[in-house]
Design a protein around this ligand. Structure first.
Ligand code: CA
Length: 230
């Protein structure tokens, strides 16, 4: 069973979210303080952390740093306002996504699913199809109108990341993290732009007017087409 630690000091919100996520089949532990969370993190294995930033005895950033010392477990921040500096700080410290309060509970559930899917190493379907593009995950090959696209391992991994998360913005930082283990060497923010440009040249009819891999200005990129699983 997928186990989530929800760190939130608003008791009503925490209880509501636990109920909602429980209905989706997740097992949820609630904690309202940094101290209690630190204790739970040391004791139990979690598949996902949802961290409020403002807590009575500290903040969610500290917990994120503590988790990242030992775990690559995905982290979603709950931010009080959609403040760019909060978001950037959270992502820099190793957060994987954030959601701004107030949010619709349905949106949080869909983020949770999306983050867990992104980090799942299990391949649930071998073939992804979107428009004229097809990925065969068993062969690790991609095709455009039936013709194999010559992709480097990084380009393949990026394509897979974006197609697996279609219609959702993937931040540049999340994309960078995803590439890290492929390349092994240093990848910076501008190299992501280079990878995306090369990928577009291979998959888009007009790379300057992309139909699949679009830019979410200032944040990242989005696969803006439906994806079917075969
Ligand atoms: Ca709070």
């Amino acid at each position: 069973m997928t186990r989530i630690l929800l760190v939130e000091d608003d008791n009503a919100l925490a209880t509501g979210l636990k109920y909602l996520l429980g209905n989706e089949g997740y097992e949820v532990d609630i904690s309202a303080t940094v101290a209690e969370s630190a204790r739970l993190i040391g004791q139990r294995e979690y598949d996902l952390y949802i961290l409020d930033i403002g807590l009575p005895d500290g903040n969610g950033y500290e917990l994120c740093q503590q988790i990242r010392v030992e775990h690559q477990t995905p982290i979603i921040f709950l931010t009080a306002r959609d403040q760019e500096q909060d978001v950037v700080k959270g992502l820099e410290l190793g957060g994987d996504d954030y959601i701004s309060k107030p949010f619709r509970t349905k949106e949080l559930v869909s983020r949770v699913k999306s983050v867990l899917r992104r980090f799942s190493t299990r391949i649930t379907s071998n073939v992804l199809i979107s428009g004229d593009i097809k990925i065969d995950q068993l062969q690790a090959r991609a095709y455009l109108r039936g013709k194999e696209i010559g992709l480097t391992p990084s380009e393949y991994k990026l394509l897979l990341l974006y197609m697996n998360n279609s219609k959702k913005v993937i931040t540049r930082i999340a994309a960078l993290e995803n590439l890290w283990d492929v390349e092994g060497d240093f990848i910076n923010d501008s190299s992501i732009s280079v990878y995306i440009r090369r990928l577009r040249e291979k998959i888009e009819d007009d790379p300057s007017e992309p139909q699949y891999l679009k830019t979410a200005r200032g944040i990242g990129y989005i696969w803006d087409q439906e994806v079917r699983r075969g």
